[in-house]
Design a protein around this ligand. Structure first.
Ligand SMILES: *Cc1c(COP(=O)(O)O)cnc(C)c1O
Length: 853
């Protein structure tokens, strides 16, 4: 017998009682049959309550629910949803199959925002949606992952656009009783007489400056994954403290640091209170990096020395950076850090400098959250190949100026959760032609080959259906704007003729941050006019997005788009929709023809909206930045050209010219090529789906994190803590010794006049010898390498040759040798370097030390 899970105590007729359980699991957000089931209860109300099933059920008329409990059709649908839910929960998972030895570990994923669905507004944009999609794929793949975040009473904000095109930010106050969340419960062990104890709601104290802030812990269930959200809005807290979880990215520096303390320090305390065996911690952007300070404190409390504690923490921490601009990283004055961590600083006053050094930006004398994360995470990554490079460049100095390619920051390219973003109609169509396992095999390119089998007419007709639906929703959005702004009746009514599903439709929707340059297409309005008003081949544009309430230039962009959209020549052909959220995002990425993205390169770390579009056969037209630099192959979309190394103004000019030219000469002609069925266009849609869907989904992304970050962290941590931290102590002491003595390691002589020989490929070689004096350092703890460059088809390519010890001299000096192509000369053609190595490092250059010659 299934025990009824009804944490919200929603009153329902027994025949449909498990709707309560379904309403409290975000699994509904990627299961269209579950969504359709809720919608059936009251379709109109469903849209009004932002597709929030808890609100729908708690506010439904009891009579209506009674009727449904006797409606056979509804009951059949209900049973069908329940059985797919049961099947989903029991599915043997990818993780269990591949890592059975790690199913008992817990991976904690910390993020300041999570975007699961429009019904739970605790996200602002791409970062949150990525975190939400990460959890969903973690559930699909069966990872033992838990999320940790904050629960914002007023969410982000609801955007209204007034009759002047100004953004109005409305802060709604959410009633947690009506959100799809519930209090996290602690089930205490049975009492002495065997009586089961009553579950208790979970509260945790977080030390903040001179006080303890109490937080209540809420739970969002995301399929199989629990996400714990902290809420400080409790009567026991001061008014200022209660406001800490009021708003996402609101307030000043003090609010921000205090929020981050709640997230990082509070989050760790929640995991402890729940008794979870957390073995790896993922910091999703610097906001959550304080979790490492709390974990170091725990180790100090156990009696570990600071540098050993740091190694233990580092071995189990993964950090993902998302911001390619130095100014985008949170940094706080040192006094502010001391103040908010006064408890920690007082208890461990002898380590105050050690703690501060972990985040210290020496030049600015600020405590930088990204530095903290880099210093405390063994595994670090950017979110696209290009962003990995940009990050290595940006943090080269931070790593002691080692060669940029050696900076130990890798990349895991972002993706999107396929079942969330792919239109149900397309899921059905793909299922008819792709192998039966395509969804669970989505990261396998072979599974997508059969996209080619879909008849062009079928793909096109589903696309047109989605486009028509999108146009209806866009008109309703505009109508509501105008009605609210009290425009005259005829101005409201004319919206009926806005946008034409037959026209080539270009979508641009994302946060209105200035680097995204939403107004680029307006640089030459006459040229735009000719494109839009071409009598035979017209084009139309849809814009949407929020600007941060403190971002005035971002809001000016919105006004500019609004003003252009109001010009007679563009009326109904350029539209600006309000309140961009996941609902509107879904509708646009499924319904337009082209997804335009023209950020200033390389400011778009990855971008994900274009990936959502690609899944749905919407073709990307984008600057080669972020993920598109990897995704674009010349035939699966279009690139906006411009010299990367040019200054901003030139880049802007070149990008703009490219946008117009590609639209005029390629996109428009291909779209309008053949009457009712643009077969060339559909062929490109297919190319786009086939080549991009298998790469840019979160199943692939989460598997990458598991293979390259989580499992190595779990393994390394187990090794580090075994035998009373033996390995961690060894590594910590080793690092300290090397750091203290590295200045004594010297290359004293290099000789390249050695013996000539012939290599295996018949090439002429010569021997190079190098003499290295090690001082107190053991020669086996050091790699001696020769580096030269070799010309290949793609350009010059670095070759690193490890040199071998040839003989030992007195005074701990060793002569090394290797053979290199005979034409190389020292200085201009090859160089030598020595750097410390250890089998216990998570990566080369874990110690940023290198001596060259
Ligand atoms: C996907 C998504 C984003 C991210 O869009 P980018 O264009 O990649 O910045 C932002 N907001 C919402 C609501 C989204 O769904």
């Amino acid at each position: 017998m299934h025990t009824m899970f009804n944490p919200k105590q929603i009153a329902l007729p027994p025949a449909i009682g498990r709707l309560a359980e379904l309403s409290c699991n975000l699994w509904y957000s990627w299961n269209e049959s579950a969504l359709a089931l809720f919608a059936r209860i009251d379709p109109k109300r469903w849209d009004q309550v932002q597709h929030n099933p808890v609100r729908l059920l708690t506010e439904a008329e009891p009579d209506r629910l009674q009727d449904l409990a006797q409606d056979e059709d509804f009951l059949r649908h209900y049973e069908e949803v329940l059985s797919s839910w049961e099947a989903y929960r029991k599915e043997p998972s990818w993780f269990e199959r591949n890592y059975p030895q790690h199913t008992g570990n817990v991976i904690a994923y910390f993020s300041a925002e999570f975007g699961f669905h429009e019904s739970l507004p605790i996200y602002s944009g791409g970062l949150g949606v990525l975190a939400g999609d990460h959890c969903k794929s973690a559930s699909d793949l069966g990872l033992p992952l838990v999320g940790v975040g904050l629960l914002y009473k007023r969410g982000y904000f609801t955007q209204k656009i007034d009759e002047h095109g100004s953004q109005r930010a409305e802060a709604l106050s959410y009633d947690f009783a009506k959100l799809p969340i519930f209090p996290a419960y602690l089930i205490p062990p049975p009492s002495g007489d065997g009586e089961p104890a009553e579950p208790r709601e979970l509260f945790v104290d977080v030390p903040l400056a001179d006080r303890q802030v109490q937080v209540k812990v809420w739970q969002v269930q995301v399929g199989r994954i629990p996400v714990y959200l902290l809420d400080a809005d409790l009567e026991t807290n001061s008014q200022w403290d209660r406001e800490l979880t009021a708003q996402l990215y609101g307030g000043n520096q003090d609010t921000r640091i205090a929020q981050e303390v709640l997230l990082g320090v509070g989050g760790v305390r929640v995991l402890r209170a729940l008794g979870l065996a957390t073995g790896a911690y993922h910091i999703n952007e610097g906001h959550a990096a304080f979790l490492t300070l709390e974990r170091i404190r725990e180790q100090l409390d156990k009696g570990l020395r600071f540098h050993v504690a740091l190694e233990v923490i580092r071995s189990s921490t993964v950090f993902t950076t998302h911001t390619p601009v130095p100014a985008g990283h949170d940094a706080f004055p040192l006094q502010m850090l001391e103040y908010y961590f006064s408890g920690l600083v007082t208890s461990y006053s002898q380590h105050k400098q050690d703690f501060l050094r972990l985040g210290l930006d020496v030049r600015k004398q600020l405590f930088n959250m990204t530095y903290l994360a880099l210093n405390t995470a063994a595994i670090r990554n950017g979110v696209s190949k290009l962003h990995g490079q940009v990050s290595r460049d940006m943090f080269r100095e931070f790593h002691g100026g080692i060669d940029v390619q050696e900076v130990p920051i890798g990349h895991v390219t972002n993706g999107v959760h396929l079942p969330t973003w792919l239109a149900p109609e397309l899921k059905e169509l793909y299922s008819r032609f792709l192998p039966g396992t395509w969804k669970s095999n989505q990261a396998n390119a072979d599974a997508w080959k059969s996209i080619g089998l879909i008849p062009a007419e079928s793909l096109w007709s589903v696309h047109m259906e989605l486009k028509e639906r999108m146009v209806k929703i866009a008109r309703a959005n505009l109508r509501e704007q105008r009605r609210r702004n009290s425009l005259p009746a005829e101005r409201i009514e004319e919206v009926r003729d806005y946008l034409d599903p037959k026209k080539l439709t270009i979508g641009f929707a994302r946060r209105f941050a200035t680097y995204k340059r939403a107004n680029l297409i307006f640089s030459d309005l006459s040229r735009l006019d000719r494109l839009i008003n071409d009598p035979n081949r017209p084009v139309q544009f849809i814009f949407a997005g929020k600007a941060h309430p403190a971002d005035q230039p971002g809001q000016e962009l919105i006004r500019e788009i609004y003003r252009v959209s109001q010009q007679d020549r563009f009326r109904g052909k350029i539209v600006l929709l309000e309140n961009y959220d996941m609902n509107l995002a879904r509708c646009l990425v499924q319904g337009v023809d082209v997804w335009l993205n023209n950020p200033r390169r390389p400011y778009e770390a990855s971008g994900t909206s274009g990936q959502k579009a690609a899944l749905n056969g919407v073709i990307n037209f984008s600057v080669l930045d972020g993920w598109w630099e990897e995704g674009y192959d010349g035939s699966n979309g279009w690139a906006i050209e411009g010299r990367n190394e040019a200054d901003w103004e030139s880049q802007e000019r070149e990008n703009t010219e490219s946008i117009y030219r590609v639209l005029e000469q390629e996109i428009v002609p291909v779209y309008y090529n053949q009457g009712a069925l643009p077969s060339q266009w559909v062929a490109r849609m297919k190319r786009s789906i086939q080549t991009l869907a298998p790469l840019f989904n979160t199943d692939r992304m989460v598997m990458d994190y598991v293979n390259a970050a989580y499992v190595p962290s779990l393994k390394r941590t187990q090794k580090f803590v075994a035998n009373n931290y033996e390995e961690a102590t060894k590594v910590a002491d080793y690092k300290r010794f090397i750091l203290d003595n590295w200045h004594r390691v010297k290359i004293t002589e290099v000789n390249d006049n050695g013996a000539r020989s012939t290599g295996s490929a018949g090439e002429a070689l010569k021997e190079v010898n190098a003499t290295v004096r090690f001082g107190p350092v053991w020669f086996k703890d050091v790699a001696v390498e020769l580096i030269y460059y070799k010309e290949q088809e793609e350009g010059w390519h670095q070759v690193i040759v490890e040199m071998e010890p040839l003989r030992h001299l007195d005074d701990n000096t060793v002569v090394y040798r290797t053979a290199v192509p005979a034409h190389l000369k020292h200085g201009s053609y090859f160089s030598l370097r020595v750097h410390p190595v250890s089998a216990n490092f998570a990566r080369r250059f874990e110690l940023p030390l290198v001596t060259t010659w």
